[in-house]
Design a protein around this ligand. Sequence first.
Ligand code: KIV
Ligand code: ZN
Length: 506
Amino acid sequence: MERIQIFDTTLRDGEQSPGASMDVEQKLEIALQLEQLGVDVIESGFPVSSPEQFRACKLISENVKNSTIAALARSTEKDIDAAADSIGTAARSRIHTFVSTSPIHREFKLKKTPQEVLEMTRKAVRYARNRCAEVEFSPEDATRTEPDFLCQVLEVAIEEGATILNIPDTVGYTVPDEYARLITMLRNRVPNIDKAILSVHCHNDLGLAVANTISAINAGARQAEVTINGIGERAGNAALEEVVMALNVRKDLLGLETGINTRQLYTTSRMLSTMIGFPIPRNKAIVGENAFAHESGIHQHGMLSHRETYEIMTPQSVGRETTRIVLGRHSGMHGFRKRLAELNIIIKEEELKRAYEAFLKVADRKKEIFDEDLFSIVSEQFGTTTRSLVLEYLQFHSGNTSVPTATVRIRDQQEIYEEASTGDGPVDAAFRAIERALNITATLVEYNVQAITPGKQAMGETSVIIEIDGRRSTGRGSSTDIVEASAKAFVNAISRHRLLQEVVHP
Ligand code: KIV
Ligand code: ZN
């Protein structure tokens, strides 16, 4: 089977997305993870643009052994020298140089004639080829470039020694059919094209980046330029995980493979999302929270009979734990019964109907029903008791010259527990004080804060997921003070955990 090269540009084009910047150490961490993932080429940055970028490219080159390290350069000697110097120590290196070729870029950005752009291409590739054994060339804004001129530019780049020709859809303008035709045209018309491989680089302005990438690959491109989670300029680039899984799942149709270890996809995606603080949308393909979750009764029934009725790949194949059968108001009796059984709640068949009706009432009011909700529904129906903890008092101090401390008082029915603790910040101090007061150890798995009313006095809502003794529970808290909202959510999650513990199976 033919292999598609995966060129990851998370650290270059991805990092150009507003708000996604990473420091040098973070970039190295991502690069090492990309190596684990098995990407063929890591574009490590644009070294001439800043000393930090240069340092990052250098550090990555010194530490990554199994992927080619590329660095970006405009068509000037200064840029190309910076690129060559920064990646010189890499086991395998590549200079990626580019020139704008479309009429609009030539006129308004470069202020150059077509002839001058041709000369810039010739000189840049020649110079780069003298500094590095492997050169990739990109005619920027290729999809809005006149076909004849594009062919001429590519021919010159190959003559000067470029062996990878990238055809960027810089502004996300093309559509799948048109892009495939462009690739086919280049394969037919550029005379020396057999000396190079064609690469594709798609932006997502019309939401077509992945579709365009697959379409171009189908037409003969053999390298895909992609980013983790699809981050990148404006609406982003084609998402690596989506392109790779499309090739993987549709091998039957496309007959192509990649060197990616797909089981590393989820970890890589989460690592990047946490590092740059870009949450992954719930419905994002492959790595979103809902990508392997089923709520409707019909789907749950189908899934429980045969997984492939509603899943085209397994969650495990992308490094996720398992399919989630989400209970909500669309869930049927099958899903409800199965989840109770998984939780080891055994109810007689005649009681099941009553419990299911109670569940539907709650589900009408609540978006998603968690395990602890199920326990409380069942325990209400069958008479077990529940206790909730109340955060009665919270005081905290923090500042840039003092150690953050927090004191809490928690009521558990008639009992009062009070404790104080220091921490890395006021929220951490409050969490530690709560753990001490209740004599438990909870691992914080997820922590989210959002404003739920506008303005300076906005109410903040905090949600947490904690794990105690291998069991997860969620909690929410709101307040105009974020530390208080966080402490309330933490106490709420512990309360819910207790509920899980105390349910007596009816
Ligand atoms: O989108 C683009 O055209 C680019 C080039 C530098 C390849 O990122
Ligand atoms: Zn780009």
